[in-house]
Design a protein around this ligand. Structure first.
Ligand SMILES: Nc1ncnc2c1ncn2[C@@H]1O[C@H](COP(=O)(O)OP(=O)(O)OP(=O)(O)O)[C@@H](O)[C@H]1O
Ligand SMILES: Cc1cn([C@H]2C[C@H](O)[C@@H](COP(=O)(O)O)O2)c(=O)[nH]c1=O
Length: 723
């Protein structure tokens, strides 16, 4: 077809799609947002301080008592005082974060934490240590929801997931390691050098920790964007503090998505508490003692890290609502398996998997809270979750030892196989059931009623099978025609569209390159013989750009509406012409096209195969040769061989026809195959199966530049087709 012979189908739409970009690039992009970067830096500093503080406080607490029991009591009390305030103060802190200037809340909290941390070594007394610890935790409860609620205002919705990945890896991966190293260094300095009494033992670590909060306060003070609209004062007009507290609870209770998240997160943390509380008994039962315990502990963190880092890309196509429930159920199933595992190596492997699922669920839940909850309720929602999480942890840590003691040891004799059933394993089993149960409940609460069955959704998402996913989502059908010059593609596309329309289906004919206004510009560049100097790579990029716009403006909307879309050329043309013709590595061309189309693959590709000399002669009978038609015969032979090789690699998805046959014969063969393909699919049908007055109308663009849906069309089962 001549370079300028095609009419544009749709106007350029200004919205840009975000492509599949690597995690590092996404994180870099997030860090380029100045205010988020500063907040992240200060959060990293505070988190480092927190871990250092925990190490220093536990060391100080145990150093302040002498007996073994006393040391254990002091250690337990430190952890209890860390968790306790959240239960009482968490919801209040959330209402505070939603009502008042979040920046001021965070700065005041950091300054107070600085003061209390400095006071611990100065007062040097166990009771004050507990009091200070309680107060620091209580203050942190105001800082955390203010920060969590502020972040979504700094970033785009699609940036929340990488931002959370970065925050979680920083808080649970980088800063604890850094804190442990610094703590060890400070401890050895304390041992090597004679220090004054106000700076001995773990005091240096506590002072350094205090300093981190002061620096964080200064950084946050200089970030006015954290305040947002709250800079002008309280924003919840006409609502008392108590009122906003209760409306926060009501929101969480009555919004299925949030209810599902709260149930899922709380249940998962209860189960996590059980796993933590039984870990030492379990490690002992594996015969590994303290070393096994340390290994299991490390394995959880490896799993968590992998889940947080890789989860979003592994399950890229799955909705986060579904991913959340599925991941909790996954973690629960692994815990159930752990309860019956007696080999250390297997237990370690399962624990990595458990951490992996837990990491995915945590990231998905946290991201959903940030993206789906309105700014004016976000603080309360985050705070409610953190209170429940801590309460769940305390409860399971307190109750589980009784459960373990209660069941004690029983030997189960199955004749050929006897094993010991211990309380810790029974508790683990209960934890697994609990996690799987809450995962299912959360999934049910949060499911948005999409018609795609869960298992098929998960399997196709993991396989990246976009075609199957489109089918599952009751999307339309994409048919591509491929072949060399003059093979008869345009002729067959037109015939097929006319037949489908006569059969009562909404069928859209389109083409590449040039089906959009910007694509038309690209078409005239790539096909104009005057542009002889275009390099192969730039040619490949031009075709990919045309395709990206084509998918965005024409193919996607039409497929989403359930139409049958027939395109004259698609990805295979790039592989054949730019890959084989221009000898660009196939994988590069494939990657480029995949990126441009976001993985869109035709349901059927009809290859009209013709010796290039015949096709070129046909094309030349029609118009003067364009830039690509003017290429050598060897070039066109490579193109033909590549088309054939692509079809050979996937015979089920291709229909290869000898294009030397008469147009009618070809059209009949195409109809037979398409009738088979469409049989029973729910597609857009014309009212009463009435044929369209003019076939081209179905492909008319709307005024906003997007493909239109036929005004009277409806989605229904495909009528019996008559090939
Ligand atoms: N089966 C056929 N046998 C003989 N001639 C045909 C056949 N199909 C189409 N033609 C003729 O060959 C020419 C090219 O056909 P058509 O435009 O459909 O091919 P095309 O593959 O779309 O070409 P291009 O790749 O240049 O866009 C037209 O003149 C058309 O009438
Ligand atoms: C999509 C696509 C096309 N080409 C080439 C193939 C043809 O020579 C022209 C298009 O002309 P037609 O008359 O519309 O068939 O462009 C290509 O090289 N790479 C592609 O991806």
């Amino acid at each position: 077809m001549p370079a300028d012979a095609r009419a544009p189908l749709a106007e350029l739409h200004p919205g840009d799609e975000i492509g599949a970009v690597g995690l590092v690039a996404k994180i870099r992009a997030v860090l380029r947002v100045r205010d988020f970067r500063r907040l992240w830096e200060s959060m990293a500093l505070s988190s480092f301080g927190d871990w250092l503080g925990l190490l220093a406080i536990t060391a100080t607490a145990t150093s302040l008592v002498d007996s073994f029991a006393g040391k254990n009591f002091a250690l337990g009390a430190v952890l209890l005082f860390r968790l306790l305030p959240a239960i009482v103060l968490g919801p209040l802190a959330g209402a505070f974060a939603d009502r008042f200037d979040r920046r001021k809340t965070m700065v005041v909290a950091d300054v107070l934490r600085f003061g209390f941390f400095v006071s611990i070594p100065l007062v040097d007394n166990l009771v004050w240590l507990f009091v200070a610890q309680f107060l620091i935790e209580a203050i942190s409860l105001f800082w955390i929801p203010a920060k969590d609620a502020a972040v979504p205002n700094m970033l785009r919705k699609d940036q929340m997931e990488p931002a959370n990945q970065l925050s979680l890896v920083t808080t649970y991966g980088l800063t604890p390691v850094a804190a442990a190293i610094v703590f060890a260094v400070l401890e050895s300095i304390g041992e090597a050098v004679q220090l004054p009494t106000w700076a001995d033992d773990s005091d240096l670590a506590l002072y350094l920790n205090a300093l981190t909060f002061l620096v964080a306060a200064i950084v946050i003070w200089n970030l006015p964007s954290i305040s947002g609209r709250r800079a002008q004062g309280a924003t919840v007009k006409g609502e008392s503090f108590l009122g906003s507290l209760t409306s926060g609870f009501a929101f969480a209770g009555h919004t299925p998505l949030v209810r599902g998240l709260v149930i899922g997160i709380t249940g998962a943390f209860t189960a996590a508490g059980v796993v933590i509380a039984t870990a030492q008994f379990y490690a002992a039962s594996l015969g590994g003692g303290g070393a096994a315990y340390a290994l299991l502990f490390g394995a959880v963190f490896i799993g968590l890290g992998l889940g947080i880092a890789l989860g979003p890309s592994v399950a890229r196509d799955l909705s986060r609502e579904r991913l959340f429930g599925v991941a909790i159920v996954g973690a629960g199933v692994v815990v159930l398996l752990l309860a019956w595992t007696f080999a250390l190596w297997l237990a370690l492997l399962l624990v990595v998997f458990m951490g992996f699922f837990a990491g995915i669920a945590y990231l998905a839940g946290f991201t959903l809270l940030g993206t789906e909850v309105d700014d004016n309720l976000r603080g309360r929602t985050f705070a409610l979750v953190q209170s429940l999480v801590r309460a769940a942890l305390i409860l399971s840590l307190a109750v589980v030892p009784f459960g373990v003691g209660l069941f004690n040891k029983h030997t189960i004799d199955l004749g050929a196989f006897a094993f010991q059933l211990t309380g810790d394993r029974i508790m683990l089993f209960v934890a697994g059931l609990l996690a799987a149960g809450v995962g299912i409940i959360a999934y049910r609460q949060m499911d948005d009623g999409r018609p795609v069955p869960l298992v098929a959704d998960v399997v196709t998402a993991l396989r990246r099978d976009t075609t199957a996913r489109r089918r599952l989502a009751r999307g339309g059908v994409l048919i591509a025609f491929e072949g060399g010059e003059g093979a008869g593609k345009s002729t067959q596309v037109k015939r097929l569209q006319e037949w489908l329309t006569a059969e009562g289906l909404v069928a859209r004919a389109t083409f590449e390159p040039g089906a959009t206004p910007s694509g038309a510009g690209i078409r005239s560049i790539v096909l104009d013989r005057a542009h002889a100097g275009i390099s192969p790579r730039s040619e490949a990029l031009l075709y990919a750009a045309d395709r990206a716009q084509h998918v965005h403006d024409v193919l996607r909307p039409a497929l989403d509406a359930g139409e049958v879309v027939i395109t004259d050329r698609f990805i295979d043309s790039s592989l054949a012409y730019q890959g084989a013709g221009r000898t660009i590595p196939m994988d590069d061309v494939r990657g480029l096209s995949r990126w441009a189309t976001q993985g869109l693959v035709p349901d059927l590709t009809v290859l009209l195969d013709l010796p290039p000399e015949v096709g070129l002669a046909r094309a030349r009978g029609r118009a003067a040769a364009d830039r690509l038609e003017s290429e050598s015969l060897e070039f066109h032979q490579r193109v033909r061989q590549t088309f054939l090789a692509l079809a050979e690699a996937e015979p089920d998805r291709y229909l290869v026809l000898d294009a030397r046959q008469a147009p009618e014969e070809l059209a009949a063969a195409v109809r037979t195959r398409v009738a088979e393909l469409l049989s029973g699919l729910p597609l857009q049908t014309l009212p009463g199966g009435t044929p369209e007055p003019a076939p081209a109308e179905a492909a008319e663009p709307s005024v906003d530049g997007h493909a239109t849906h036929h005004p009277h069309a409806q989605t229904g089962p495909t009528p019996q087709l008559h090939p």
